[in-house]
Design a protein around this ligand. Structure first.
Ligand code: TYM
Length: 346
């Protein structure tokens, strides 16, 4: 049987990239799970602390993210939904793992490299270096590995941007198993589960991914966007002036991104969808994409607007989720503590 685990940062209302790249796959996995499979979905508040946060905004973002998960169909009766920071075992295991993590591996993380590059670009040439960034940004993939290994997860569904972190998680599981050898390995090596629409691109700059941090609000569609907002964002999406529609992610990233979105929202294959538009123009494609996105978001949006205000219910779901999560992780921590303190380094 499988243990499926994934996480998302509580940094505001999710955009279409999060939804199509990750969250919708969580729901699919929940539907197709075998009776013995376990599913855990975590709202990773501690990860959000790597960047400055406004406490009131973070609190409401945590609440909203939980409401989103429920609105899109994650069922608290089937899956364990919980706030990472309700379970202190995450930081505890994170510390143990950081003691076996080679610095070089963390330096090679593209997420770290892009932070570093951004800091270098923004600062004065001389003294700008790593010292401008906090250590949490650097060690954050270790905390992510702890999130996964704490529950002995076997499958981790994430978007493409997180694949490298899952590879690191496998490495750390393996290093731990070899360093603190018990009678049997403590951690299974988790598998990266690719989402069909693994990379949704910015509507304004289709060479980069759709992202929460882009200052251009037109670049992303939020789960809460209304039909007119969706329409105007899709209409303004950057495409190209080539005649006809073809799926060519390299040569026509903007057009291909719209096809990817259309295929994902209507649960079809992208090559099949692109054939249907061969002889059409961008106007028709955009109109159909906007309609498909609206159709796709309509129900979860309405459910979200209702659930987000049911504070007592949300708190109860979070409380139960945390209790169930801790029950699992407690067993792992007992094993880890035994292996680290009794068996020690070789
Ligand atoms: P986060 O919160 O940035 O993103 C949540 C999920 O959304 C996916 N995603 C995308 N997929 C396709 N296209 C996009 N434009 C796009 N933008 C985001 C991400 O790949 C991710 O699956 N470190 C993680 C959260 C995390 C986690 C974990 C995940 C913490 N611990 C343990 C899995 C297991 C993160 O920052 O994701």
């Amino acid at each position: 049987s499988r243990v499926i685990l994934s996480g998302i940062q509580p940094t505001g209302i999710p955009h279409l990239g999060n939804y199509l790249g990750a969250l919708s796959n969580w729901v699919k996995l929940q539907k197709s799970a075998a009776p013995g499979d376990e599913l855990l979905f975590s709202i990773v508040g501690w990860h959000a602390l790597t960047l400055p946060q406004n406490p009131a905004a973070l609190l409401s973002a945590r609440n909203d993210m939980l409401a989103v998960l429920l609105a899109i169909g994650i069922d608290p009766g089937r899956s364990i939904i919980f706030h990472q920071d309700h379970n202190p075992h995450h930081t505890e295991l994170g510390w143990i793992l950081s003691c076996i993590t080679p610095m070089g591996k963390l330096r090679r993380m593209t997420t770290w490299k892009s932070r570093l590059a951004a800091a270098r670009n923004s600062g004065s040439e001389d003294e700008v270096d790593e010292s401008m960034l906090n250590a949490g940004l650097f060690t954050y993939p270790v905390l992510q590995a702890a999130d996964v290994l704490l529950y002995k997860a076997t499958h981790v569904p994430v978007g493409e941007d997180q694949q490298q972190h899952i590879e690191l998680t496998r490495d750390l599981a393996d290093i731990f198993n070899r360093t603190f050898k018990g009678t049997s390995p403590v951690f299974p090596l988790p598998i990266y589960v690719n989402t069909p629409s693994k990379r949704i691109l910015s509507l304004k700059d289709p060479t980069s991914k759709m992202s929460k941090s882009s200052p251009d609000l037109q670049s992303r569609i939020l789960l809460t966007d209304t039909a007119p907002q969706i329409q105007s964002k899709i209409r303004a999406a950057v495409t190209d002036s080539i005649h006809g529609i073809t799926y060519d992610p390299e040569g026509r990233p903007g057009t291909s991104n719209l096809l990817t979105i259309l295929a994902a929202c209507t649960d079809r294959d992208v090559t099949q969808v692109s054939k249907m538009y061969e002889n059409q123009g961008h106007g028709t494609l955009k109109r159909d994409v906007a309609e498909a996105v609206e159709e796709f978001l309509k129900d979860p949006r309405a459910k979200f607007e209702r659930i987000r205000h049911e504070r007592a219910y949300l708190n109860e779901v979070a409380r139960r989720g945390a209790a169930r999560a801790i029950e699992h992780s407690e067993r792992t921590m007992v094993e880890c503590s035994y292996n680290t303190t009794h068996l020690g380094f070789p």
